[in-house]
Design a protein around this ligand. Structure first.
Ligand code: DX5
Ligand code: ZN
Length: 218
């Protein structure tokens, strides 16, 4: 039985009131999605260890750290130390994530692999058994607030078939432009971890936005 998990992306939260923004939704979400960007893999800079450590002091939620960085492997220990529980690295950087998985597992982190809109699911198919999450980007990584790319849904379907046919419990996450309006479609395609930044934190009522997403698949 597939479980819906909501992962609000704090990139869209009010950084001057981050603790309060997280506290508002903490009881109704499954994890926090934390976008770590390095200005190299993507043309933007966002969040690093000090913010992760500060958030760890105010919540026990799992931290789903999406590493949009060219040298993620060098920061795994610092991320674990700061309070990360999961790291997702990009297949465009790590064609073979085995070394990342080895180090991260040693540190007590679970690992996911992400594919950009242009990257085919075949790039990560050989590694589905080695990771706990597959992330399909539904926008070009780098910025929140972009328009959902419907064209990635066949990749989600392919990965869902692969995971289910092998009897694996691997999560399939989708990230970019997710909102109550497309929740049902991405769920039906096979995603079960839904990242939503703007749709939650830029909403007038973030709690209602999360509840709408849950209701969409009920
Ligand atoms: C984009 C990030 C996303 C982003 C999602 O590179 O990976 O997690 O925060 O934001 P929305 O939901 O606004 O598209
Ligand atoms: Zn992300």
């Amino acid at each position: 039985m597939r479980e819906l998990k909501i992962a609000p992306s704090i990139l869209a939260a009010d950084f001057a009131n981050l603790g309060a923004s997280v506290a508002e939704v903490a009881n109704i979400v499954d994890m926090l999605h934390i976008d770590v960007m390095d200005g190299h893999f993507v043309p933007n800079l966002t969040i690093g260890m000090p913010v992760i450590a500060a958030l760890r002091r105010v919540t026990d939620l799992p931290f789903d750290c999406h590493l949009m960085t060219t040298n993620a492997i060098e920061y795994l220990a610092a991320l674990a130390e700061a309070g990360a529980t999961h790291v997702t690295v990009h297949a465009e950087v790590y064609q073979d994530p085995t070394p990342v998985v080895a180090i991260a597992t040693e540190l007590g982190l679970t690992v996911g692999i992400a594919i950009n809109p242009i990257t085919p699911p075949e790039a990560i198919a050989p590694f589905v058994e080695d990771v706990t999450m597959l992330l399909v980007m539904s926008v070009e990584p780098g910025f929140g607030g972009q328009t959902f790319m419907e064209a990635v849904l066949p990749k989600v379907e392919t990965l869902r078939k692969l995971v289910d046919s092998q009897g694996l419990g691997t999560d399939i996450e989708i990230d970019g432009g997710i909102s109550p309006a497309n929740t049902r479609r991405v769920w039906d395609a096979g995603a079960n971890v839904l990242v939503a930044g703007s749709a939650v934190f830029a909403a007038d009522d973030p709690v209602a936005a999360v509840m709408k997403m849950r209701a969409a698949i009920a």
